[in-house]
Write a protein that binds this ligand. Structure first.
Ligand code: SF4
Length: 369
């Protein structure tokens, strides 16, 4: 507990101990010493990146619209990240999250989440006669269509992504088993077998940072030479924006606090990005988790949260930190915008047959793919 004067200076610090104690305990004195040593002015930098990507926001709105129009059960198919407040509200309304069609309650409205669904799940939903609301993100649906076109054209499709991501089953299920393969790392990209090295297409799984994934796609290109590319207009930059924002926090702050849960992949990813950018990162799920030793010798502290964190928690953390001295609270974020200049569009279609004049012309025009 601190007392901040009118000029913003911290003028007092108190530790509350149990009632009736004659003298402060050793523990209380130690706590006072620890926290008093931290009192100073600081910058608190909050990550201003939106907690949910555009696809998740749209899907969330679809679920809310369904809830306002039906009293029956609602099932979200394939997962949808929402913060703790929304999750509690949906739970109270009986919204369930399911992975397969068989788990959808009879008579429910099934909302397909932003990661999309496999053709098998869609067929299962149709077979159960439930009402389906398709909230698949436009970028995901676009990539599904591109993968189907590549496979129809005889290409093996390689996806730079992770097999555990919610979007992956929908991507690999767009063709017969084995025609779409997921590349998780460089070793995989170097070793993945394909039926015909001259017939390869490579795409980036939505939700993966494009810049990270490009290391994998470039490895594929270096290995096979010319490959068919994804239309870059369908890249999703939501993960890049989140990663860049965390890197900026890491560069401009002495430590970064991440509000999230230990078993949350998004929290683990945030820890990795901040630490690789060179700043200590701490995962917390309440202000009480903040340790005084983390704040010692810090002039600037970054604070961020995962998409499922209660938004009020971020405010509580900033409030708690402001007790350790006068603070300037700012936000930082990076956003990838749309096109800023008119550039000629390339046609992304079937590759002309090798050796023809059109093939030589096309390869000159779009290499490196
Ligand atoms: S493609 Fe991008 S915007 Fe769409 S759901 Fe995935 S991360 Fe969100």
């Amino acid at each position: 507990m601190t007392y901040v004067g009118r000029n913003g200076a911290v003028v007092g610090l108190a530790v509350v101990t149990s009632a009736g104690a004659d003298a402060p305990s050793e523990e209380a004195v130690r706590a006072l010493d620890n926290w008093a040593a931290l009192l100073r002015t600081r910058r608190l930098v909050s990550a201003g990146v939106a907690p949910l990507c555009a696809g998740a926001v749209r899907a969330r709105e679809e679920v809310d619209a369904v809830l306002s129009g039906t009293a029956g059960p609602v099932a979200v198919v394939g997962g949808l990240p929402v913060d703790a407040l929304v999750a509690a509200r949906w739970r109270a309304r009986g919204v369930v999250s399911v992975a397969v069609a068989e788990q959808v309650p009879p008579g429910a409205v099934a909302v397909i989440g932003p990661a999309g669904a496999t053709p098998e799940v869609r067929a299962g939903l149709a077979g159960r006669g439930v009402t389906v609301v398709d909230a698949t993100c436009g970028k995901v649906a676009d990539l599904h269509a591109q993968i189907r076109a590549f496979v129809a054209g005889g290409e093996a499709v390689l996806v730079a992504g992770r097999s555990t991501d919610a979007v992956t089953p929908g991507l690999t299920a767009q063709a017969a088993p084995g025609q779409v393969k997921v590349l998780e790392n460089l070793e995989h990209a170097m070793a993945v077998p394909v039926p015909d090295p001259a017939r390869v297409a490579v795409v980036i799984a939505p939700g993966r940072p494009v810049e990270d994934a490009e290391v994998i796609t470039e490895t594929v290109r270096a290995r096979f030479g010319h490959v068919l590319p994804q239309n870059p207009a369908s890249y999703c930059h939501a993960a890049d924006d989140r990663a860049h924002t965390l890197q900026r926090l890491a560069h401009s702050c002495d430590t970064v606090l991440i509000a999230g849960l230990l078993d949350e992949p998004e929290a683990q990813e945030a820890l990795r990005v901040v630490e690789e950018a060179g700043a200590p990162a701490r995962l917390i799920h309440s202000p009480e988790d903040i340790r005084p030793e983390w704040l010692r010798h810090t002039a600037a502290i970054g604070v961020t949260a995962t998409s499922t964190t209660d938004p009020a928690l971020l405010t509580r953390i900033l409030h708690a930190l402001s007790g350790a001295g006068p603070t300037a609270v700012t936000t930082q974020h990076t956003t990838t915008g749309g096109r800023v200049a008119s550039v000629p569009r390339l046609a992304f279609g079937r590759r002309p047959r090798r050796g023809t004049r059109r093939a030589r012309r096309t390869n000159r025009r779009i290499r490196p793919a």
